[in-house]
Design a protein around this ligand. Sequence first.
Ligand SMILES: NC(=O)c1ccc[n+]([C@@H]2O[C@H](COP(=O)([O-])OP(=O)(O)OC[C@H]3O[C@@H](n4cnc5c(N)ncnc54)[C@H](O)[C@@H]3O)[C@@H](O)[C@H]2O)c1
Length: 358
Amino acid sequence: MRAQIHIQMIDWASDGLPNGRLQTSGNGEISLKRVVVSGAAGFVGSHMCERLVAEGFDVLGIDNLLTGAERNLSHLSSSPSFDFILHDVTRPRDLPGKADFVLHMASPASPKDYMEFPIETLEVGSVGTRRMLELAQRDDAKFLVTSTSECYGDPAMHPQVETYWGNVNPVGPRSCYDEAKRFAEAMTMAWHRSRRVNTSIARIFNTYGPRMKLADGRVVPAFIDQALRGEPMTVFGDGSQTRSFCYVSDLVDGLFRLMLSSEAMPVNLGNPRETTILEFAQVIADLTGQKIKVTHLPLPEDDPKQRQPDISKARRILGWEPVVAMEDGLKTTIDYFRPIVEEELQEAMSGGGSRPQG
Ligand SMILES: NC(=O)c1ccc[n+]([C@@H]2O[C@H](COP(=O)([O-])OP(=O)(O)OC[C@H]3O[C@@H](n4cnc5c(N)ncnc54)[C@H](O)[C@@H]3O)[C@@H](O)[C@H]2O)c1
């Protein structure tokens, strides 16, 4: 029998629970809390589901597999605490059972994906957010939406604090994502204010880790892929633009704490350690045992020059900050990608050549 989980909105900063874990009582009663997670088969969603199951929650994952893959959830398929429904959250469906938490994480997230699916991206941020909010209202559940640092656009303020309103091009190639997320935030606040739904908004900065797709165009898998093949790493511009990279387990811990908090206004979640793209290429070259080789290409349109979260608010209200060192997170990620790249190279040598999605 499982221990009862006491869920109430937690003041993390003053409770000081170690590593964001819930405390459980051992009276043997079964009182699992149920979480509906949209985008469950994606990179971050699959790690979130894993954490929730490990914490003792019942999880219903929903995904239409637009950019995710069922294999990301294969390790959860035998768990009695995990169910999966193949479903597009922009379409109506009366979901079974009662939700205690609704996490709306569904959305293409890599520039390559959202530029390939711009309309789907706008729809999942708008109609999808609305449907998940309706579910939260129906069940009187806590709602959390995963928004993005892209809401800040090419920021004129550095580092970015939650009160900064952003510098977004509403008609540029990235606008389908940026504006979808800004709309999702506005919709969430409207439901919060006018329908009294308990909501939270996470503004996520660049995150990396196992289960990203090798060919999704994001810098971490791209550099690792090229380094493992011994090819030059493609750097856009001169490589002096900065990014800050958060390891996925750190992000998931922040999302988990936010889910159990009563904070309704946006909260930045990301790693404030800022690195230039060139420095980053050097670390990956070192960790893969390669001598650094770089090819420069022109900067894409609307590519932000600097990105760094101010996480003072998350520190203050969630008692959260990233703990995984960049080198450790990258080592784990490289270990995940190495067999995938090796398999591709073997296939290419034996005359195959199709690229599996890592
Ligand atoms: N990974 C990051 O660095 C990052 C940064 C900022 C924000 N985010 C946000 O975090 C969330 C997860 O991102 P990710 O990196 O895991 O992306 P991902 O593409 O790996 O996962 C998104 C998942 O949503 C699913 N999905 C898309 N549209 C859907 C729909 N209509 N119905 C059901 N499922 C749908 C996809 O199939 C996929 O499994 C997204 O909301 C994203 O905007 C991620």
